[in-house]
Design a protein around this ligand. Sequence first.
Ligand code: PEP
Ligand code: MG
Length: 572
Amino acid sequence: MKGIGISPGIGIGKIFVYKPQEVKVLKRNIEDIELEINRLDNGISKASKEIDELYKLTLANVGKVEAEIFTAHKMILEDPELYAAIKEKISSEKVNSEWAVKEVSEYFISLFEDIEDEYLKARSADIKDVSTRLLRILLGLEVMDLLSINERSIIVAEDLTPSDTAQLKIEIIEGIVTELGGRTSHTAIMARNLSIPAIAGVKDILGKVNHGDFMIIDGFTGKLILNPSVEEIKEYEERKLKLEEEKKILQTLKGERSLSKDGHLVEISGNIGTPKDIDHVLENGGEGVGLYRTEFLYMDRDRLPSEEEQFEAYKIVAEKLGKRPLIIRTLDVGGDKELPYLDLPKEMNLFLGYRAIRLCLDRKDIFRTQLRAILRASAFGNVKIMFPMISSIQEIRDVKVIVEEVKEELRNEKIPFNENLELGIMVEVPAVAIQSREFAKEVDFFSIGTNDLIQYTLAVDRGNQNIAHLYNLYHPAVLNLIKMTIDNGHREGIWVGMCGEAASDEKLIPLFLGMGLDEFSMSASSILKARYIIRNTSKEEISSHIEKILSLPTAEDVEKYLSQLSPKINLN
Ligand code: PEP
Ligand code: MG
């Protein structure tokens, strides 16, 4: 079996099939009402313990904001009105407690669903969650929470949501395999941030494996071996060991600077999606955060995060980083990253539509709330703001007017923030790379977003598996745009970084160093390897190859040429 390797590493372990459970409830007539109410009470007390446990684990693993959902669940479980209605149904209709729970919760769910108020409407999802938990317990069904995994396992699922991945016990998760998704899907980004080997796009895997089967996954190549032979297990265990040795060598570079062989200094930072990821970046020697994808704060929930919630999340990271830079990117949703509660229009061309800065400039209420939260957090660290999907000079001018207005508001309210905070843009639309000289006059920095820059330059949807072979990091057109962006940024005296996946590509790092890229931002797990490559490459020497590389006709030619330039780790 094969899929797309989305997070490097080898995983060996038992399969944990993760399928949201179907709960079927039948109506039964009962005689002993008291006994039935006892069953109900026992079920509620078990559910209550489960919710407490989930709260604690999420608080420890993820954070307070995400854990709060379980406080809401507890309140629903203990709601006197709901409880009285269920009890009443059991006694008056002499039915089993499962049936009563199902009927009563369905009634309340439909009540809430009809309410106009978005917030109350969303409560119906919480009631559904809580009642499903209670029904599962009453029916004696097995727990399917990812948090219940307690041995070395490989998770197999259709896909994982950000809140699923947030609940993973990293130490014992050997790997993740999903039917959907690709290299730049958010499951992929999360898996890389957490250094969990992962494979996506494995068609029908759920139909082919059983809970408890044994499996090996190779996150480098996307290869899966179901129920491997003894020889195969031995071979992969040896490879895993070698990787661990390599990791040990790399660990020695943790406190070192990212200095090239000929003394040119660059910065290697981490990309994060949630405040929790920052620990991983620091453990791996990250020199800052080059991209905080704030959209995770907005996803997988039922309403917009408040200014306070956002402020808390940004402040935690800013404080942990201290003087080191923290680049917070404003909301990048729309298109394929949906926010159901915003009721965004359905679009024909997801990636060319109403997303990121386009949405923020239209929904200024959302944008201003986020800017206030980021600016307030800037009083606690070295915060910079970055805007995604910019495609015209007018947009950046409009953005700057709003930033100024929000700053003025904070000054009037005597709320502290960093007056000199830097503003930058993602260079991920080819128009901006081509016009980068003009853009550089408007902002303090650039960060090249190669994930989107490649998709827009090559007209290849980054998530479409049918054309995945056309999505190529080494395409000479893309590399020429990157060179143009770096040169133009430097001509206007601003620094240029990169936070797309290409920044951690082992063959491309020497080339970008040669081009003069100032900052490389990537998943935490790639940082030390990137530092090793920088420290074993001479900028001067690579510079002499650039003209030749950029004039090669095909991506394959480029990749082959670069293969000879990238330093390999010597394990002996
Ligand atoms: C990019 O486009 O390269 C990028 C870093 O942003 P995202 O992957 O979040 O679109
Ligand atoms: Mg992007």
